[in-house]
Ligand binder design. Structure first.
Ligand SMILES: [Zn+2]
Length: 476
């Protein structure tokens, strides 16, 4: 942009390239287990993923299935035919000297995804590819070692059009995409394990004219996406302000310094010498296969949120929290089926169940949904007071006992028997004659004191409403 141009409008233009590891048991082209996390180096490898001469790849059909599900959920077009290509580059973590990916005929293209409250983002393409290995830098020897456990693990790459206009929108897109992939069971998408990674390109459009873009590599948390893009936007603005050119470059995010760092400048797009993969046939995807998958698609997070709003009339906050993970959302619906008071279920789940899950996440949803509903039922029928109900839920969560067993064993059932309460109330009045006399001569305030005494006699288990009624009757 020439110096002296008046800047009337600056807009950020952001596109994302996301890699998600598919939740398959084995790798993309061999039978090695793809569950390599924390495995000793090079224990998940074979001649195929080590790139031995003569070893032939065999396509993992499950990976194709999962990739198709993701593509359909992103509203993509699925061509009848796609193919695999070799992307050639030299790096020690790539034993074959090329990566099997898809170049000019990807699995899917031209999709859409709209994060809640955000703008629609066009999906340029979704394709299948294999992951590379990992370099491990050994501090003691100062040498770099290669671990090929990850080499050949199936990934989908999702490329968006540059439709995102802020770092916050980019992070929100990632959050909801992650949720979608997890709902579908397509990917576990655990970012700390590297199962979901994000590259972004960003440029500033000035007065409607698109500027030079830079690329930020390997952001592996939502915060990193937001922070790195913000930092790069600030850097580009500073350059613009002083009339310096923005140079096309690849940048890395350094979370420690909070800065983007130059990895390499590129004069032009890199040339990977893509070649069609001669060892794999083009992949034919019949229309009826796509149709079957479309029919079998589970309810997606956005659809579920809309339905909950309609059917349960819950506040947005509750909906967002309880629909975050599919397992929790299913649980909520099962509880509501047994105890059809959605807001009450939501309150108890958000306060008690989520707290217990937070304390002992490894137990998972250990308490069966109908048992959880049973506790709420006992509360609503006056058989259990709210404090005891919390204890029952905690006990049942941590043990194999049902709420009914716990209530019976502990003798926590709320006392709702009028005769029992009446005889206890009579005792209370005999033991506190002054208070009783005070009430009878018009001091209504002592009633609270007497109720307290009655509750104490029952170990807090009297039905509070009934206790008050009985005491009033006894005082007459
Ligand atoms: Zn292998």
């Amino acid at each position: 942009m020439p110096k002296g141009t008046t800047i009337s409008e600056i807009r950020m233009v952001i596109g994302l390239e996301i890699h998600a590891q598919l939740a398959t048991r084995t790798k993309l082209f061999c039978n090695c287990s793809s569950d390599y996390f924390r495995a000793p180096p090079n224990t998940h490898s074979c001649p195929v993923c080590l790139g031995m001469p003569g070893a032939l790849p065999v396509l993992n059909e499950r990976a194709v299935e999962l990739a198709l599900q993701a593509a359909l959920a992103l509203d993509c077009e699925i061509p009848r035919r796609c193919k695999f290509d070799r992307k050639n580059y030299f790096y020690p973590d790539l034993p074959k000297g090329y990566q099997i990916s898809q170049y000019d005929q990807p699995l899917a293209q031209r999709g859409h995804f709209r994060p809640s409250g955000g703008e629609e983002v066009r999906i340029r393409r979704v394709h299948l590819e294999e992951d590379a290995g990992k370099l491990v830098h050994d501090e003691r020897s100062g040498r770099s070692l290669v671990d090929l456990n990850r080499a050949g693990v199936p990934l989908i790459e999702i490329v968006t059009e540059p439709d995102l206009s802020s770092p916050e929108a980019a992070a929100q897109f990632m959050r909801e995409l992650r949720q979608l992939l997890r709902y579908l069971g397509v990917s576990h998408a655990e970012m700390e394990k590297g199962e979901l990674r994000c590259d972004a390109n960003i440029s500033l459009s000035v007065n409607g004219q698109r500027g030079t873009k830079t690329e930020i590599k390997n952001m592996n948390s939502f915060q990193a996406v937001e922070a790195a893009l913000s930092a790069e936007a600030r850097r580009q603005r500073r350059l613009l302000a002083v009339g310096e050119p923005i140079i096309q470059a690849t940048l890395g995010w350094n979370p420690a310094s909070g800065q983007v760092e130059l990895q390499r400048e590129k004069e032009e797009a890199e040339d990977y010498h893509y070649l069609p993969e001669p060892d794999l046939l083009p992949l034919e995807i019949a229309a009826d296969r796509t149709e079957r998958l479309r029919q079998a698609m589970p309810e997606l997070p956005a659809q579920r949120r809309a339905r909950w709003q309609r059917e349960y009339r819950l506040p947005d906050y509750d909906i967002r929290l309880l629909s975050e993970e599919r397992e929790l959302a299913d649980y909520f619906e099962q509880v509501v089926r047994c105890f059809p008071q959605p807001k009450e279920v939501s309150n108890w789940m958000m306060s008690e169940l989520l707290r217990l899950l937070g304390e002992e996440p490894q137990r998972g949803l250990a308490l069966a949904p109908d048992d959880f509903a049973q506790v709420l039922q006992m509360v609503s029928q006056g058989q259990l007071n709210r404090n005891k109900a919390k204890q029952v839920i905690a006990e049942a969560f941590k043990s194999d006992r049902t709420p009914q067993q716990i209530v019976a064993e502990q003798g926590w059932a709320q006392i709702s028997d009028e005769a029992t309460l009446m005889s206890l109330a009579t005792e209370v009045l005999r033991e506190n004659p002054e208070a009783a006399a005070g009430y009878r001569s018009g001091n209504a305030k002592v009633l609270g004191f007497l109720i307290g005494k009655l509750m104490a006699k029952t170990g807090g288990q009297a039905n509070p409403k009934l206790a008050t009624e009985v005491l009033r009757a006894a005082l007459k």
